[in-house]
Write a protein that binds this ligand. Structure first.
Ligand code: TXA
Ligand code: MG
Length: 325
């Protein structure tokens, strides 16, 4: 049985021994190991059944620590780190040789982030190494926003689950790097593009590559429930699939259903609230044995809404059609 608790010293001691520990962050829960120890980090890939071409983010307690792992710290990185760390922002920067190739999947840059969560920051402050941590879900499945989600999926594969509240942001960090002199957003996430642009001016949002695994972040199929999920106008989808028992995931409206279940992401139309509920509501519908498919609608495509729509879109792509292994 994997224990859940708030014992930071126990988590630190397990991590020092090379074990895997799940950690709370403001975005989603992470599955952490010593990021300088290849063997410990290899355990992450095994537990998640994650292909080794998908690199890991290093989590540190401060900007100063982040600088220890990069060979360049450009002005834009200084500005963003000062404005948004701790927070849902990951910076991609040229790595120093001491960062193991397993962490970056052999790529020249390393991903770094200071998470905004008091328990995890306290843990990081006790360690003299960074924590490599992908989202704590089996590869391709939805990210966990509660400790119980981690337990349900990684029981026995993780030594300890450090418990915090439900993740406050609910979608993963925004990943930012520089390419040919331009600042690029490689993954839409918890920090809105508009908020980044207030600091940096216009940035480029790179359409995520469907098939090039060396491109940061994103495979076409990801964040997916096990049940079929369809995205569109709920009214149209209900007519199109009359024989399904639907699990409806709507933004703010409630639908009168003859059968099935409707979960509303934010009756008040708050995109923040919708993001915080997204993965746990998708899970609830996925886990409900009476429901045969999930019908979802997009949310307004602004701010964190862009990250929500990105996750919904990726969730609808069939696993077989993707390049997941
Ligand atoms: O909010 C988050 O970022 C969460 C929490 C736990 O911090 N972590 C997370 O990690 O979402 P993960 O592994 O599920 O997604 C990180 C993405 C990967 O898909 C990977 O492709 C990209 O970041 N990435 C990491 N290191 C990279 C690198 N060196 N070069 C390019 N892309 C990288
Ligand atoms: Mg992930």
């Amino acid at each position: 049985m994997t224990a859940i608790g708030q014992d930071i010293a126990k988590a630190a001691s397990l991590l020092r021994k090379g074990a895997l520990v799940a950690i709370p962050t403001e975005t989603v829960y992470g599955l952490a190991a010593n990021g300088l120890d290849e063997q410990a980090a290899a355990g992450i890939f095994a537990a998640k059944e994650r292909p080794r071409f998908d690199p890991l983010i290093l989590h540190v307690a401060t900007k100063k620590q982040a600088k220890k792992y990069v060979s360049e710290w450009p002005d834009w990185a200084e500005k963003l780190a000062t404005a948004f760390w701790p927070g849902p922002l990951t910076l991609l920067l040229p790595k120093k040789p001491k960062v193991p190739d397993l962490i970056t999947s052999g790529l020249p840059r390393v991903a770094l982030r200071v998470p905004r969560h008091s328990i995890t920051l306290a843990l990081l402050q006790q360690l003299d190494f960074p924590l490599a941590a992908p989202s704590a879900n089996p590869f391709g499945y939805m990210s966990p926003t509660k400790a119980v989600h981690v337990k349900a999926q990684l029981e026995g594969k993780v030594a300890y689950i450090l418990e915090g509240d439900a993740a406050e942001v609910g979608v993963e960090s925004t990943i930012v790097g520089e390419e040919n002199g331009k600042i690029c957003v490689y993954r839409l996430g918890g920090l809105a593009v508009e908020t980044l642009e207030e600091i940096l001016g216009p940035v480029e949002v790179k359409p995520h590559s469907a098939s090039d695994p060396s491109a940061p972040g994103m495979l076409k199929s990801h964040y997916a429930p096990l049940k079929p999920i369809r995205l569109g106008s709920i009214e149209k989808l209900l007519k199109e699939y009359p024989n399904e028992v639907p699990g409806v995931l709507s933004f703010s409206k409630s639908y009168n259903l003859q059968q099935g279940k409707n979960l509303v992401l934010s009756p008040e139309e708050s995109l923040q609230e919708a993001a915080a509920h997204l993965f746990s509501y998708m899970r609830q519908l996925d886990d409900d044995p009476t429901i045969t498919c999930i019908l979802a609608e997009k949310v307004p495509n602004v701010g964190i809404g862009r990250a929500i729509n990105d996750r919904l879109q990726r969730a609808t792509v069939k696993r077989e059609a993707s390049n997941e292994s």
